[in-house]
Design a protein around this ligand. Structure first.
Ligand SMILES: NC(=O)c1ccc[n+]([C@@H]2O[C@H](COP(=O)([O-])OP(=O)(O)OC[C@H]3O[C@@H](n4cnc5c(N)ncnc54)[C@H](O)[C@@H]3O)[C@@H](O)[C@H]2O)c1
Length: 324
């Protein structure tokens, strides 16, 4: 990629930190726009002194607020890429109140696409999710499988966002990439199974209560590998509209494996207490076969498999939460 100007929507969240670091290292400029609903300004402390970095607090579902944010930076005309990472990342919260997913996941896409059109921003990179596939049981999940029936409102709003982006490519947007992420782990952890377990053990060190019976099996990818893949696709894929599953070359690890890894790192003497059934919560997909053949054919493979990624992330999150 030549020197680019990037807008990162949702840039104060977890995954964006690795992306910002990579883009600044490449010599590019970055504008983060985030409403701080789930991200934190402190995550940006390493970047804030760079003259190629800006941070503005704004709600990305509010097109005029985003426009004001962009106009207030030094060279607003230099942006040629939008990375749309803003979303409600809390699936149970969206099931309790679907309006959260509507605003933070769908209407952010709507507003950012309008922005791309108004400002002639040619490249739109979207953080989608394996949640769009729903519960397909043992069917191998490749990018062209269908019909898609998400089982969470989060997945539904991601799928609807993908559809909007596809339509935008037909009408005005020169280039869009849809990245379908698996479970992504690493730091700074804002949500997800590892940080949940570590925090539970912080408050009750003798017992780790697990939602579900621990048999749920999912692929896990470290954020370093994920961002590597996103940048690789942005640089390498050639079609105007690209859809890629990003994930490890394995079928994942069980929740039991993660619970034991957290126990071993944080509280070796604690008892693990499992719940019932193979779903942690409504909208939880117990297992799926995730095909990453398309990105492998493009020439990218992750450095870490699910097991290695979990072991590394457990250590990183334990340190983040104060376990030396
Ligand atoms: N972490 C994962 O395992 C995973 C898996 C699949 C997809 N994704 C997607 O990747 C993206 C980044 O995820 P993450 O794990 O870093 O989550 P995160 O919650 O840490 O980051 C999301 C960021 O978006 C911001 N945001 C939310 N609504 C906003 C709005 N209306 N306006 C402006 N900012 C808003 C939040 O404040 C937060 O900083 C999300 O779109 C998420 O759905 C993540």
């Amino acid at each position: 990629m030549s020197v680019d100007g990037h807008i990162i929507a949702g840039g104060a969240g977890f995954i964006a930190q690795t992306l910002i670091r990579r883009l600044l290292l490449a010599g590019d400029s970055v504008l983060v726009i985030d409403n701080l609903s789930r991200g934190q300004e402190v995550f940006l402390k390493d970047f804030i002194n760079s003259d190629r970095f800006d941070f503005k607090v704004a709600d990305c579902s509010d097109e005029s607020a985003v426009e004001v944010a962009i106009k207030s930076v030094r060279s607003p005309e230099t942006f040629n890429r939008i990375w749309h990472l803003a979303a409600n990342s809390d699936i149970p919260a969206g099931i309790a109140n679907p309006g959260i997913d509507l605003k933070d996941t769908f209407l952010t896409t709507f507003a950012l696409l309008k922005l791309a059109k108004a400002r002639n921003i040619a490249n739109f990179h979207f953080a989608s999710s394996s949640a769009i596939y729903g519960d397909l049981g043992d069917r191998a999940v490749d990018e062209d499988i269908g019909p898609l029936r998400p089982i969470s409102n989060y997945g539904a709003m991601k799928l609807a966002s993908e559809a909007q982006i596809r339509a935008a490519v037909e009408s005005f947007l020169p280039r869009a990439d849809i990245f379908r992420f698996p479970n992504v782990i690493g730091v700074p952890a804002t949500h997800g199974v590892i940080v949940d377990f570590v925090r539970k053990l912080k408050s009750t060190p003798d017992q780790l209560v697990v939602l579900g019976n621990g048999t749920q099996r999912k692929p896990y990818l470290h954020a370093d590998d994920l961002v590597d893949a996103m940048i690789f696709i942005a640089n390498t894929a050639r079609d105007p509209f690209n859809v890629f599953n990003i994930g490890p070359r394995d079928q994942g690890v069980t929740v039991q494996f993660i619970a034991e890894a957290v126990r071993d790192r944080v509280a070796p003497h604690c008892e693990i207490v499992y719940g019932e059934g193979d779903r942690g919560w409504v909208g939880d997909v117990p297992r799926f076969k995730y095909s990453t053949d398309r990105i492998a054919a493009l020439g990218w493979t992750p450095r870490l498999g699910s097991r290695e990624a979990v072991v590394r992330a457990v250590d990183e999150v334990a340190r983040q939460e104060g376990f030396g």
